[in-house]
Design a protein around this ligand. Structure first.
Ligand SMILES: Nc1nc2c(ncn2[C@@H]2O[C@H](COP(=O)(O)OP(=O)(O)OP(=O)(O)O)[C@@H](O)[C@H]2O)c(=O)[nH]1
Ligand SMILES: [Mg+2]
Ligand SMILES: [Zn+2]
Length: 131
């Protein structure tokens, strides 16, 4: 199943794999780099070389509004383990100032990049709480 922002090329890929699909494809706005929400239905096709593929309409936004922070962290077992052993109870993992242990855990460049990305998601999640 192809899922992603409008204009990333989902229908183009489906047409390449299933020539008879003839899915409409759109153009990307030169200024914003975004698609035009060309597909409005989700359709499944049989791929001639085998398997099934589903084209879906482009998503407008992605958020984690209903996910509890502690459940979210559990999606990353190594991070969850570091949080469980080092963070204070109820830690939101936003920064070391509040006692978060994840800065001490992230020692390699890859871990630092992941921590930055995880904190960006946490900040977006906490921002939806305030609304
Ligand atoms: N340069 C480049 N352009 C691409 C690629 N894939 C798709 N495009 C172009 O991007 C535009 C949008 O492609 P679509 O296949 O309509 O995108 P989509 O993901 O189905 O978009 P929605 O149906 O709006 O969600 C078309 O003009 C494609 O020709 C790619 O790999 N490289
Ligand atoms: Mg499409
Ligand atoms: Zn923490």
């Amino acid at each position: 199943m192809l899922v992603g922002y409008s204009g990333v090329g989902k229908s183009t890929l489906v047409n390449a794999l299933v020539p008879t699909a003839m899915r409409a494809t759109g153009v990307v706005n030169d200024v914003t780099g975004r698609g035009r929400h060309t597909s409005s239905s989700a359709i499944m096709y049989e791929v001639p070389s085998g398997g099934l593929i589903i084209d879906t309409p482009g998503i407008r936004s992605f958020g984690l509004a209903h996910i509890l922070i502690e459940h979210f962290i559990n999606a990353f077992p190594d991070v969850a383990q570091a949080a469980a052993s080092g963070c204070p109870r109820g830690c939101t993992h936003e920064s070391a100032d509040a006692g978060c242990a994840l800065d001490a855990w992230a020692t390699t460049p890859d871990e630092r990049t992941r921590l930055t990305s995880i904190r960006r998601l946490i900040a977006a999640r906490l921002a939806t709480d305030a609304r």
